[in-house]
Every structure is written in structure tokens, then in C-alpha cells.
Design a protein around this ligand. Structure first.
Ligand code: FES
Length: 108
């Protein structure tokens, strides 16, 4: 069973920002936007692009991140693929802040 794993102090993650973090040897895009944290697999389901390098669209509904390779957008809250060329969702993970630390729990 997966546990919450600390990835760093909240002050390491500006708002807005997208940061690649390692959680149990998995690459996770940790996003801080509009006061909330989100964690998605750092893998675009179209062709493996690194989502943490893509532009944030935090003011859209739903808030999203775009793949830097071909521009597919994924919802920060659900990982749903919102635009082509991606058609499959990416995995999302739980995030919480405790005592000034950001913690991520991998979805298995
Ligand atoms: S690899 Fe992400 S849109 Fe193509």
C-alpha cells in the first residue's frame, strides 16, 4: 500500500510552477497553481512527453497543463486528456501539505 512521501518544503514550489519530483522511483509532475497542489504522472499518454516541462493553463476551466511536445492538454484535477493528440488520461496522485512539507501518495 502506498504512503504519503515528502517531496520538499512548500517554499520550494512557487505558485504557479510545475516541478519534476521523484516519488518511490516514479517521475511525477508536481504542480502548484492558484493555491492548490496537483500531482500527475510526468508522462504524456500520447508519446511520453515530459508534462512537467509544459506550460500551465491554470486559469482555464478545468485548470490544465499542456504537453511540451505536441500540445495535448491534461486536466490537473483528474488527469483527463482534454485535447488531441492525447486521448487517454494520465494518472493523478494525492497531494497534501503538512507542517510546511508537500507530500505525495502514489496512485497504484
Ligand atoms: S507526446 Fe505529448 S502531445 Fe505528443
Amino acid at each position: 500500500m502506498s504512503e504519503f512521501i515528502p517531496v520538499g518544503p512548500i517554499t520550494d514550489f512557487a505558485d504557479p510552477s510545475s516541478t519534476l519530483v521523484e516519488v518511490d522511483d516514479e517521475s511525477v509532475a508536481l504542480i502548484h497553481a492558484a493555491g492548490s497542489f496537483y500531482a500527475l504522472d510526468d508522462v504524456c499518454t500520447h508519446d511520453g512527453g515530459p508534462l512537467s516541462d509544459g506550460p500551465l493553463h491554470e486559469d482555464e476551466n478545468p485548470p490544465a497543463i499542456a504537453c511540451p511536445r505536441h500540445g495535448a492538454k491534461f486536466a490537473l484535477t483528474t488527469g483527463a486528456a482534454l485535447t488531441m493528440p492525447a486521448t487517454q488520461p494520465t494518472r493523478v496522485h494525492e497531494v497534501k501539505v503538512e507542517d510546511g512539507q508537500v507530500l505525495v501518495k502514489l496512485t497504484v
